[in-house]
Write a protein that binds this ligand. Structure first.
Ligand code: F6R
Length: 360
């Protein structure tokens, strides 16, 4: 049941510290700077030269996040929409690793792309929440995110757990390719181990309800970010449109001035995600919207320069860029939730949507 919460979505947002603890259990050893993914055959990454991540919707945003984490770990990688894969997939061969990211393991588009990759001889892995799912059976290997059941149609905790597992996979593949763990593993793992506590702190007093109230009457909602923050901006906008039925769009911060700026008015709040990846540029991009009258909500740590410039602030704990985006995403999940609640939407079951999409 929903317990003390009004909706499954809010319950599942609050379950994220537990979900991440479960995802990391036995898989990271921060003291010895080690990752152990015992679900995988140890040979899985031996010949991998490039990685394709395939997924849809929120899982695609997790795949984008993961793909960037892989690129930053020095592995050539691309995130691809599973429903575009049959018409636009880059070539694969037996050095290509294809990772199907799917919470349910039953999304028809993703299964179809996975089958194509299998037929082409790629090594395939699925990152999924459901043991025994079709993706888990059909991929060569499966990594389970252990998030527990997700009932709300809008994916929340599974996004966070998928992104974290993909970050770990990236580090493992990089270690295999380079014969030694990536240099930044020593700082990443201790921060990852404190993620559940950081999330707990954020959830106690996020302030997202007040921000939702302040801007719930707007015409359109824009989300911008750079790097990992870009995938968070896309996910923030998807969540917002799904459950509030209001118009929302996510953009790469630097793209705003290449067209979307024409839409900006005092009635279009801009949520700017700061992950420590060229934040100065993102702040400039946000200020360009602000000059046209748009209120800017900065999602960043306290004491960040953006706090002084922005009209409002959603606070996240100070951490590595690899994890800041995930914390910012939780703040945006909460803004969507509270805005949808104010608008009296059926949050757990938005119109026209299903939890698992089993048609192409
Ligand atoms: C959005 C949402 C969907 C799913 C997508 C893929 O909140 O939940 O966009 O992410 O349908 O589903 P899975 O991950 O089950 O393949």
């Amino acid at each position: 049941g929903k317990g003390e919460y009004d909706h499954f979505m809010l319950k599942e947002i609050h379950e994220q510290p537990t979900a991440l603890t479960q995802a990391l259990e036995g898989r990271i050893d921060p003291e010895n700077e080690r990752i152990a993914l015992s679900d995988l055959d140890p040979e899985t990454f031996t010949d991998v030269e490039s990685v394709q991540l395939i997924a849809c919707g929120t899982s695609y945003h997790a795949a984008l996040y993961g793909s960037l984490a892989l690129n930053q770990a020095g592995i050539q990688s691309t995130a691809l929409l599973a429903n575009e894969y049959s018409v636009s997939a880059p070539p694969t061969d037996d050095d290509t690793l294809v990772i199907a990211v799917t919470q349910s393991g039953e999304t028809a588009d993703t299964l179809s792309a996975l089958r194509q990759a299998n037929a082409e001889g790629a090594t395939t892995v699925t990152v999924t929440n459901v043991v025994g799912s079709t993706a888990a059976r059909e991929a060569d290997e499966a990594v389970f995110i252990r998030a527990g059941p997700e009932i709300g149609v809008a994916a929340t905790k599974t996004f966070s757990s998928q992104a974290v597992m993909l970050t770990l996979l990236g580090q493992c593949i990089a270690a295999e390719q380079h014969g030694e763990p990536p240099a930044d593993l020593g700082s990443l793992l201790p921060e990852l181990a404190t993620m559940p506590d950081m999330l707990d702190d954020l959830l106690v007093d996020s302030g997202a309800d007040l921000i939702a109230e302040q801007y719930a009457d707007s015409q359109s909602y824009f989300f911008i970010g750079r790097g990992l923050g870009f995938s968070v901006a896309l996910e923030g906008a998807l969540k917002f449109k799904e459950i509030t039925y209001e118009h929302a769009e996510g953009f790469a911060s630097g793209e705003l001035k290449h067209g979307p700026l024409a839409l900006v008015t005092p009635d279009t709040p801009v949520f700017a995600v700061f992950t420590g990846e060229e934040d100065e540029k993102t702040l400039k991009n946000a200020e360009e919207a602000q000059t046209r009258g748009a209120p800017v909500v900065a999602v960043c740590p306290d004491g960040h320069r953006a706090v002084d410039v922005a009209d409002a602030h959603l606070e996240i704990p100070e951490t590595e860029p690899a994890l800041a985006g995930l914390l910012a995403n939780v703040q945006l999940q909460l803004v969507s939730y509270y805005a949808a609640d104010l608008l009296d939407r059926p949050i757990d079951k938005p119109r026209n949507l299903a939890k698992s999409v089993t048609v192409e």
